[in-house]
Design a protein around this ligand. Structure first.
Ligand code: F0G
Length: 405
């Protein structure tokens, strides 16, 4: 059994592994999975065989014999993006495209671990609130595990592809009259009272899966970490998870520095950016978050405390970008690098552009942007921002005349 503790990040209270608990019963703080790193064989981590999330099972909270609920998540490509780098004015840019996970987003990394834990605990069902991707991913893993799945989505606020996935994979889908923060509030109480297993990123096991993004980035770069990792921030789980991943590698002596964790939010939903800029330890929730990047339309991010810690401790920054900047970045990625992402993911590139413009990022920094979700998640947005197909007669000359060359 991999030895670990479930520990409160605020007061250090510890909870038993069998205890189903999401936040500290003493102080309400967020929980973290802690290992005894002196027991972990660094060589085994560095030389680990296999692919994806479970390749790193020495740093996951399971017994050797646990059978994972897996659909080959992780192992996503890290693309060199020279054309885009040149246009933005930097030397070295790579994009890790998490949209190429089985469900089309990084959530699969967290769900393979979270649903494996759910099965181990013998829960009667799993549930989440979601801006879309979490629900799509949970529905898929719950289907694979044969566990009932309940998802609460903010009505009219979720991209089409994501709802389609949750429906197709057999989740009970609720369209909640409210926003994501309302849905999360409701599902947390529901899970407590109905004994369903909550798989939002407040669940610390989710973050254990997502931290493998850091392992894959470091391994791909021969354990020479980039200077900076930039990613979109919504409920703030992913930035916290990736920071933890790098921290663990440093603790094990595999890497010798931590990238500057740089979180990007949309202008209309930026409580973490505001807290960061004002030097506050806590966020002030926003009542009416609004952005075209529906995945990160979140006013009260549950992992804010962890994310602010990750950003500050690594010497990173938090910055916001407008919807227009997001759209421009989405088009640039698609048309210069062939990488199709949903709007929230493009926030990372938009943030990079803005920070270079502001001289916050130096030209020679080695940068990795994480693109979190696939283009096909949100086809309606594409229809809105791209030129519509031209209707033509089935005649060569007619088509020829209309070609733009
Ligand atoms: N990018 C995409 C595509 C997302 O779906 C999310 C979160 C994020 C970024 C932000 O990640 O929450 O860890 O800071 N989506 C959640 C959901 C909230 O319900 O699918 P985070």
């Amino acid at each position: 059994m991999r030895d670990y503790e479930v520990e409160c990040i605020e007061c250090g209270a510890r909870f038993s592994r069998e205890d189903i608990v999401y936040t500290c019963r003493k102080c309400g703080g967020l929980l973290d999975i802690k290992y005894d790193y002196s027991e972990i064989d660094t060589e085994r981590v560095v030389k680990a065989k296999g692919e994806g999330v479970w390749k790193y099972r020495d740093l996951l909270p399971f017994a050797e014999e646990t059978k994972p609920v897996t659909i080959n998540e992780g192992n996503t490509p890290l693309y060199g993006c020279d054309r885009l780098a040149k246009t933005i004015g930097i030397d070295d840019l790579c994009v890790k495209h998490e949209g190429l996970n089985p469900s089309g987003s990084f959530k699969d990394r967290g769900m393979t671990v979270g649903v494996t834990k759910a099965v181990e605990l013998g829960v009667k069902g799993v549930a989440c609130a979601s801006t879309g991707n979490t629900s799509a991913s949970l529905a898929i893993f719950a289907a694979k595990a044969g566990v009932p799945c309940y998802v609460l989505l903010p009505k009219g606020k979720v991209a089409l592809g994501k709802i389609a996935q949750a429906m197709m994979h057999g989740a009970q889908v609720f369209s909640l009259k409210g926003n994501f923060d309302d849905a999360l509030r409701v599902v947390r109480v529901l899970c407590e009272e109905e004994k369903l297993y909550l798989l939002n990123s407040v669940n610390p096991y989710r973050l254990e899966g997502q931290k493998t993004i850091a392992f894959e980035v470091a391994k791909k770069l021969d354990w020479e970490v980039p200077d900076r990792v930039i990613l979109p921030v919504g409920n703030a789980g992913n930035i916290s998870a990736i920071f933890k991943g790098f921290l663990e590698l440093k603790t094990l002596g595999v890497i010798d520095s931590i990238p500057k964790m740089t979180g990007i939010q949309a202008e209309g939903a930026k409580p973490i950016v505001t807290a960061f800029k004002e030097g506050k330890a806590e966020i002030i929730p926003e009542d009416k978050p609004e952005t075209i990047a529906s995945a990160i339309r979140i006013g009260n991010p549950v992992n804010a405390a962890k994310a602010l810690h990750a950003i500050r401790d690594s010497g990173g920054v938090a910055e916001s970008v407008t919807d227009d900047e997001i759209t421009e970045a989405q088009l640039m990625l698609a048309r210069m690098e062939g990488i199709g992402v949903e709007p929230a993911s493009a926030a990372s590139i938009a943030g990079l552009k803005k920070l270079v413009r502001m001289d916050e990022i130096e030209r020679d920094e080695r940068i990795v942007c994480i693109t979190t979700g696939h283009l096909l998640k949100d086809p309606e947005r594409v229809i809105k921002i791209c030129e519509a197909p031209k209707e033509v007669d089935a005649d060569v000359d007619v088509v020829r005349k209309m070609l733009k060359m």
